[in-house]
Structures are given as C-alpha cells and as structure tokens.
Design a protein around this ligand. Structure first.
Ligand SMILES: *Cc1c(COP(=O)(O)O)cnc(C)c1O
Length: 396
C-alpha cells in the first residue's frame, strides 16, 4: 500500500464526505509543480481552482507571510492594521473605483457574496437576479443565487425573490430588471459552468438597465479577478464600472481572504456601522499576503504573462487535435470542450500523465494554472494532450 492510498482510506473515516473521494494526497508545491506524498510530481494546471496565482512557494509570498506572522497574525476589527489599509487602497486603485468607494474584507468568496446580498437589501428592495449557470458560493444566501439545482434544492427554502435568466439573452434581461430589482449578480466568465463568457455587450446592457432602474450591478470576480484573464478584472474589457464587486480566490495567493468592493459614496454608505462584520476578515496576515500578490503581479508583469501564455490555448482549435471540439475562455482561465471523451476520464488520464486539470463539466476540462506559468510548461501539456485523450478513450 502506498502512503497516499493509506491516507485516502483514513480520509473517508475522518471527514464529512461533501467532496467525495479526493484524487490525491498532496504534500508540497514549488512553482507550477506539486508533489504527492509518494513523491510523484504533477504540473499544476488548476492552481487550487484559480487560487495559487503566484504558484506554490513563491518567495515574495512566503516572505510576506513569514514576516507578518512574526509581527501580528490577528488583531480583531476593534483595531486595524497597515496591511489592511494598504490592500484596500490598492484594490480601489486597480479597480478604478471613484472617490468614496470602500472595501469590506472577509475570508472567502461565499462571504464576499453574502456581504453583497446584505448590501443589496439596504436598497430597500429584495428582488435578486442571477444568471442560469451561475455559481456564487455555498452559504444559504450565496447558494440561493447559484443556479445548479443539486446545490440549491436540498436546502430550500432559501432566501426568496431570486430569478434566473439565461446569460447573453438581452431580451430576457431587459424583461426581468425593473424598479423592484435590488441587484443583478453576474460572473463575467462563468467558471463553474464550464468557463462560459458573458459578452461585453451583455455586460454593458446589464450596466445600463441596472442604472436606469436603480438596481445594483454586482460583478462576481471571485474566479476571474486578480489578473486571471490578463486584466486585473475581467469586466474591465467591457469598459464598465459595477456598483459592487466580489473577490477571493487569487487575491492572497492561497491564504484565505474575500473582499467586497463597493463603488462610490452612495453604495458604500448603504452598510452602516454595526450592520455587518466578521472576526477574521481583514486580518493583517491575509492582507499582507494580498499585498505581496498584487505587488508580484505588477513586478513580474503577470497580466502580460497570462495573456501571452494563455494564447497558446487559442491555437488549440486550429491544431485540430483529435477529441478537442472547441476551447473557451481568456488569459489563463480556459476550458477545452471534448468530443467523444468523457471529461472525468480525460482528467484521470492527464493525472496519470502528470498533469492536474479539472473536469469542470461532463464534457469539458478547465485549466486555471498559476499566473507565473511559462510557455514551455503549458506547451508540455498541449503536446501531451493527444496521447492523454487517446488513453482516456481506450479506458472508456
Ligand atoms: C469559488 C467561487 C465562489 C465561492 O468562493 P468560496 O471561497 O469557495 O466560498 C463564488 N463565486 C465564484 C465565481 C467562484 O468561482
């Protein structure tokens, strides 16, 4: 018995089974590579689901966390710290937020969404609109905005007054947004739905309709933000400014953090003292990690790297790889739609070949590698893909 299989057996005896059986027991990571407890190495093309933006063990992040841990890990929100203020200021600067904007720090994406739901209630309205295919998190509030029935229905009744409209259907959006709408929640690219893009025109219409009807436009950039698509935030490609934006995943490079950014004085003023809070949110450790991530993205031009290296996957369509039907996504958030190979089998074959990818739907693989990945590393996967798909077909 390997060390990994022994630990996996003990996992089933010790954990609540919400994740099913994990694929591997990982021990260490360095750059874009992770190593399991039996010493096998994998190229990490998922980075903890778009979290390890700087890869594993980046010295800038390791040093920032170590230094901050020595100084102060946690202080409570009765007090504040320089890293928290600096990170909030940096987030407002890169999101081109107007004067009077603000940041609320939480510990996860779900909590950032939860804060946005409470913000929306302060408009005095309750109706929420989200898109079919949406994923906004797992709390009872966030899951009410999540379209997948299997995530939502076992926990009903959830918060009421949520409607779902098909993405990119302008007529359906125009019909649903009215003067009773509190907020419209949109992911600029729906990651969990299989990396499905919302068009720039649709985002601009969403901006126009919500402004006209006094509803909030909340953009969920938890997966798409912090450089993932080659811009700081995916919505910037559409030239719009939201009323609120949620962040998490890549923001602190793997240290748990979430953030709600509120745009402008009016929106920021909706949540008054005492109306929301958190114990851990905004702690100096997570905020120092966030600052190190943003600094490093800038210093190493990782926005440029995401575009350059990501474009290798643009060519996959034209390479005519047997079993690849299409590719989707931007920068380093991508899906490879397969034909004739179930995605779970392709994921298993990729793992066998030393690559970590994710079967995001039954027919598509998702790639969300560290923003530091090199062309050579991603090309090694593209080169291996035909053999991986062939191996997957031979076992199904
Ligand atoms: C991951 C994700 C969430 C939930 O974040 P957690 O940190 O898992 O709570 C919400 N929205 C989007 C778009 C996500 O990708």
């Amino acid at each position: 018995m390997t060390i990994g299989s022994d630990l996996l057996q003990r996992y089933s005896g010790a954990m609540v089974q919400v994740f099913g059986q994990p694929q591997l027991v990982l021990a260490t990571g360095h750059g874009c590579w992770v190593t399991d407890v039996d010493g096998k190495r994998y190229l990490d093309l998922l980075s903890g689901i778009a979290v390890n933006a700087l890869g594993h063990g980046h010295p800038a992040l390791v040093q920032a966390v170590a230094k901050q841990a020595e100084q102060a890990i946690h202080i409570s929100n009765f007090f504040t710290s320089e890293p928290a203020i600096l990170l909030a200021e940096r987030l407002l600067a890169i999101s081109a937020a107007p004067a009077g904007s603000g940041v609320f720090f939480a510990n996860s994406g779900t909590e950032a969404i939860e804060a946005a739901i409470k913000l929306s209630r302060r408009t005095g309205r309750t109706r929420l609109v989200a898109l079919e295919g949406s994923f906004h998190g797992r709390s009872t509030g966030a899951v009410a905005l999540t379209h997948k029935a299997a995530y939502r229905e076992p926990f009903e009744p959830l918060i009421p007054d949520v409607s779902f409209v098909p993405p990119n259907d302008e007529a359906a959006l125009s019909a649903v947004i009215d003067d009773r709408t509190a907020a419209l929640f949109i992911e600029p690219i729906q990651g969990e739905a299989g990396v499905r893009e919302v068009s720039a025109d649709y985002l601009r219409l969403a901006r126009e309709l919500t402004s006209r009807h006094g509803a909030l436009l909340v953009l969920d950039e938890i997966q798409t933000g912090i450089g993932r698509t080659g811009r700081w935030f995916a919505h910037q490609a559409a030239g719009i400014v939201p009323d609120a934006m949620t962040l998490a995943k890549g923001l602190a490079g793997g240290v748990p953090i979430g953030a709600l950014v509120t745009f402008g004085r009016r929106i920021t003023g909706l949540l008054a003292a005492g109306q929301h809070g958190t114990t851990f949110g905004g702690n100096p450790l997570a905020c120092a990690a966030g600052l190190a991530v943003l600094d490093t993205i800038e210093r190493e031009d990782l926005l440029g790297n995401a575009l350059r290296v990501g474009s290798i996957l643009d060519d996959l369509d034209s390479l005519d790889v047997a079993g690849v039907a299409a590719t989707r996504g931007r920068g380093l958030l991508r899906a490879i739609e397969l034909s004739g190979t179930p995605a779970p089998a392709a994921m298993a074959a990729a793992r066998e070949a030393g690559f970590i990818v994710n079967a995001v739907t039954p027919t598509a693989l998702r790639l969300a590698p560290p923003l530091v990945i090199s062309e050579g590393e991603l090309t090694s996967f593209v080169d291996a893909l035909p053999a991986i798909l062939e191996a997957a077909r031979s076992v199904t």
